[in-house]
Design a protein around this ligand. Structure first.
Ligand code: PLP
Length: 464
């Protein structure tokens, strides 16, 4: 394949993408396949001789689209959405065409300076103060891992990165039981260990109890442990639990602990001033992560990681060997030093396209609609005989269950997902198996919500 072929196939890929999006609603949201379905389709050995692009593309069309769960489907109500607004997809195509490597300022000067500007646009969009700087990480998991490493190093006086952790104090990190598993993963890979992640008791509204946090820290100090940081959650993945961030930051800072806020999904809603009470206090935290690749519409991957003290982050995860120096410009921003990885894609471009193509007002309208439609959907589901709401809508998410018990609820979700007209996922609420309904896909309309509720009504009458 040469440069001329690239033009031809790039056009073909763009046409294919447009057709895919125009017809996506006709596809089942989740493919009806079993594990191992595709394993034998790729040939056991790599080809020795070049194959024509016609054949490669034909195989792509034959194998891939029918084997995907369609995250851009308007009746995708599972997990949290991973939206790709068309303008951000175009930006990502351009980024792919340029294939820039944005590890240093000098390897991508405009990308670095655009990233600084886009982080600041996002900061303003979410109503955060200008004391925050930031970086576009690949995922919230990476941002949280960076935050936990910063907590660890700050608590150890930056000795862990040199000496390792052997023989050191037992570090402790605090989070609510509703926090995402990326926090568990971060404490594991930071060498702190799962048993040193203290899951602080939550109150009746599922938010972390600040008094219980203060008590846990005091008990740990008395036991000779070394408290290092607290992670507050705004929008837990299960049922959107919201921690009282202002109180938690207050407790953390009174104890001289670093406080990180995970608002991976719910943070996008903070572009609407009326929802900012959900994270009141985030402005005082040491770092905050929000995923524009979830609800906001920036094509995956795109996670904005705001930090109050970039120097602490860089000191914890950054390295500058000889071959990464920018001669004569030591003070430029080199975003690899803010990240776990060296190589970085040109993520700022999709944020630039997204915010300009829809404007904050356009994005706010979508989020406000989703929140209103989640409330409407919950009211409809509550009226279905045999179903009950298990957690009321918080922003775009609520959960429900069958009154017949866990086995019937499991039967219901299986039947709905096998139908293909809708896709939902499950979680546990107070030991009960429940179904989550997450509204937030970029192209969802009110008619899609109605169609989803109709299906739920139909299948609720058939199970049990
Ligand atoms: N935090 C929360 C609350 C989440 O819901 C998720 C993913 O759904 C994450 C973190 C991890 O996000 P990512 O896939 O960007 O690492």
């Amino acid at each position: 394949m040469d440069k001329h072929d690239y033009r031809h196939w790039a056009h073909k890929a763009a046409d294919w993408g447009a057709d895919y999006h125009e017809t996506i609603a006709e596809r089942p949201v989740r493919p009806q396949v079993s594990p191992g379905n595709f394993a034998g389709m790729f040939g056991a050995t790599p080809p020795e001789a070049a194959e024509p692009m016609e054949e490669i593309f034909a195989d792509f069309e034959r194998i891939v689209p029918g084997g995907l769960t369609h995250w851009q489907h308007p009746r995708f109500f599972a997990y949290f959405p991973a939206n790709a607004a068309p303008a951000s997809m175009i930006a990502d195509q351009l980024a792919t065409a340029m294939a820039a490597q944005c590890m240093l300022w000098q390897t991508a000067p405009v990308a670095t300076e655009m990233e600084i500007a886009m982080v600041d646009w996002l900061r303003q969009s979410f109503g955060l103060p200008d004391t925050f700087r930031g970086v576009l990480q690949d995922t919230a998991s990476s941002a949280t891992a960076c935050a936990v490493l910063t907590m660890r190093e700050r608590a150890l006086g930056w000795k862990g990165i040199e000496d390792g952790l052997a023989g050191g104090p037992q570090l402790r990190i605090y989070a609510s039981p509703e926090n995402h598993s990326s926090i568990d993963k971060a404490v594991r890979i930071a060498g702190i260990g799962q048993k040193n992640l203290v899951k602080v008791r939550s109150g009746p509204d599922r938010g972390m109890d600040p008094e219980a946090l203060a008590q846990a820290i005091a008990e740990d100090r008395a036991a000779g442990h070394l408290p290092a940081g607290v992670i507050a959650c705004v929008g837990g993945t299960g049922v959107n639990a919201i921690d009282p961030v202002a109180r938690i930051v207050e407790v953390a800072h009174a104890e001289d602990l670093y406080c990180h806020v995970d608002a991976a999904w719910a943070g996008a809603a903070m572009i609407c001033p009326e929802f900012r009470h959900f994270w009141e206090g985030a402005a005082e935290a040491d770092s905050v992560v929000v995923n524009p690749h979830k609800w906001l519409g920036a094509q995956f991957e795109c996670s904005v990681h705001f930090v109050r003290d970039p120097a602490a982050l860089i000191r914890s995860v950054g390295l500058r060997p000889d071959y990464l120096q920018t001669l004569g410009a030591d003070e430029v921003t080199n975003f690899n030093e803010w990240s776990l990885v060296l190589g970085r894609r040109f993520r700022a471009l999709k944020v630039w396209f997204l915010l300009r193509a829809y404007g904050l007002e356009g994005l706010r309208t979508r989020i406000r609609n989703h929140v209103a439609w989640a409330e409407r959907a919950a009211a409809r589901v509550a009226a279905v005989p045999g179903l009950e709401i298990t957690t009321e809508p918080v922003l775009g998410l609520f959960s429900f269950a069958h009154t017949g018990g866990d086995a019937v609820t499991a039967e219901l979700i299986e039947a709905l997902n096998n139908d293909g007209g809708i896709y939902l996922t499950q979680t546990q609420v107070d030991g009960r198996f429940v179904i989550r309904f997450a509204v937030g896909q970029f192209d969802t309309t009110e008619a899609d919500i109605d169609a989803g509720c109709d299906l739920i009504t139909t299948y609720a009458g058939k199970v049990g």
